[in-house]
Design a protein around this ligand. Structure first.
Ligand code: PMT
Length: 415
């Protein structure tokens, strides 16, 4: 039975490009047993059709405040009375302003003004609109009145700008809804507050001599996005990063290392942690004895033989059972063939709880690229995720982690 079984969500869809994610949100909520009824604003109807919302929610969609049919069948007060929670997604600058101003100029605003139910808003707008003093003041006002916010996330936006303003991923919104309804108290905007996370990211460099090294093409984009997403949900995050060109995520303690040995030492030095995510592409081997001086190329001489030895396995070390083991250890499996089968074996071999299998063959473009197609493998099964931007993978993973850590032990066993 889904965690939201029997819960009634009134979803208000306002006019933003992120409205397409609300379709996925309806799916996710219904999968978890909630019923969803939608209110669509005029602007929202420019981005998604009433028919799509109706098909996914299997309920009629309400738009018109002055519809005699609507009012006779379901008055606007009744719409909010019949819900356990009102969710505004996307919450545009416009609807936030109307909420803050107490306007009742369309059905969505009227329902929001008339309700005595908790309200969750998932903002989505251009970065400048989000950072504008007017929006900041409206958000502040709404927070003071008890409206809860999830997001927005940082990232590339449809308007070709970058920064905060992207609507949270459906999984993140579901996590916020679940934490709110589960406890019968206001949702935690930061469900990982009080939790400590450790993330590894990027490649390692194993010295051959003072100027040459063994490494790989990992850019750190995936690991850094995961660190940012966990921090966004309130976790205190230590990111241990190999040499990368991407910037340190704001609000995250970042430790820079070169080699696998250094990465392991930094991980072990991070102190007690609740969740570890190993996204780094750690070199499996290092030089048994790195040359202390630059290897000279002598005319006619054979190339030097490079004797290698295995590096410590950081993921396996963190997964070892014992008093200090994190409650959840997550690895990645980088595979070029037999992706899921190899990853299932790797999860068992390394002893981690979850592993995210991703295809790293050059054609997939995962190493260094912007997108990733992962399969989440746990003890109980394999979940195929669609191809997503790396920050979307990160958002989904962070939301899953938050849900997992919030669950009682008995639910974990059944997961
Ligand atoms: O950095 P990007 O360009 O964004 O690319 C992301 C990524 C492809 C690097 C990332 O998504 C990914 O797959 N990371 C794991 C890469 C890897 O080394 O996979 P593996 O199958 O060899 O290792 C399995 C797991 O063991 C990984 O969690 C790895 O971090 C860990 N490991 C491996 C060896 C080792 N000595 N120590 C480890 O902790």
């Amino acid at each position: 039975m889904g965690m939201l079984h029997g819960k009634r969500i009134l979803l208000i869809v306002a006019g933003g490009i992120a409205a397409f994610k609300s379709l996925e949100l309806i799916r996710r909520l219904r999968e978890r047993g909630a019923s969803v009824r939608c209110v669509l604003t005029d602007a929202g109807a420019r981005f998604v059709t009433p028919l799509s919302l109706q098909a996914l929610s299997e309920d009629r969609v309400y738009s018109d405040m002055f519809s005699l049919t609507d009012e006779s069948e379901m008055g606007h007060i009744q719409l909010s009375r019949d819900a356990d929670l009102l969710v505004v997604a996307p919450a545009t600058a416009n609807i936030l302003a109307r909420m803050a101003g107490g306007m009742a100029d369309d059905l969505a605003a009227t329902v929001l003004l008339a309700t005595d139910k908790p309200v969750l808003a998932a903002p989505a707008m251009n970065v400048r609109m989000w950072t504008h003093a007017a929006t900041a003041a409206n958000v502040e006002t709404l927070k003071k009145r008890g409206v809860t916010f999830v997001g927005p996330n940082d990232g590339a936006m449809a308007c070709n700008e970058h920064g905060p303003g992207r609507m949270s991923e459906p999984e993140e919104i579901v996590a916020a809804i679940e934490s709110m309804l589960a406890a019968g108290r206001p949702p935690l905007e930061r469900p990982l507050a009080g939790k400590r996370a450790l993330v590894t990211s990027g490649p390692t460099r194993e010295a051959i001599d003072p100027v040459r090294y063994i490494s790989n093409h990992s850019s750190g984009k995936q690991g850094h996005a995961i660190a940012a997403a966990l921090s966004h949900l309130g976790a205190e995050v230590t990111l241990v990063s190999g040499p990368v060109a991407v910037a340190d995520p704001p609000g995250v303690r970042t430790v820079h290392v070169d080699s696998a040995d250094q990465m392991l030492a930094a991980c072990l030095g991070a102190g007690a942690i609740d969740v570890a995510v190993c996204a780094a592409a750690v070199a499996d081997w290092k030089m048994a004895k790195p040359f202390s001086a630059k290897i000279k190329k002598k005319p006619g001489a054979q190339p030097p033989a490079l004797a290698l030895e295995p590096n410590p396995d950081i993921l396996a070390t963190l997964s070892k059972s014992g008093a200090g083991r994190p409650a959840l250890v997550v690895g990645f499996a980088a595979e070029t063939e037999n992706l899921v089968a190899n990853a299932i074996d790797k999860r068992k071999g390394k002893g981690c709880d979850w592993i995210l299998a991703n295809d790293v063959s050059p054609a997939a473009g995962t190493f260094g690229g912007e997108r990733n197609t992962v399969h989440l493998i746990s003890a109980t099964g394999v979940e195929d995720w669609p191809t997503l931007a790396k920050d979307e993978v990160a958002g989904r993973l962070a939301a899953r982690i938050a849900l997992h850590l919030a669950r009682p032990r008995s639910a974990e066993a059944a997961e």
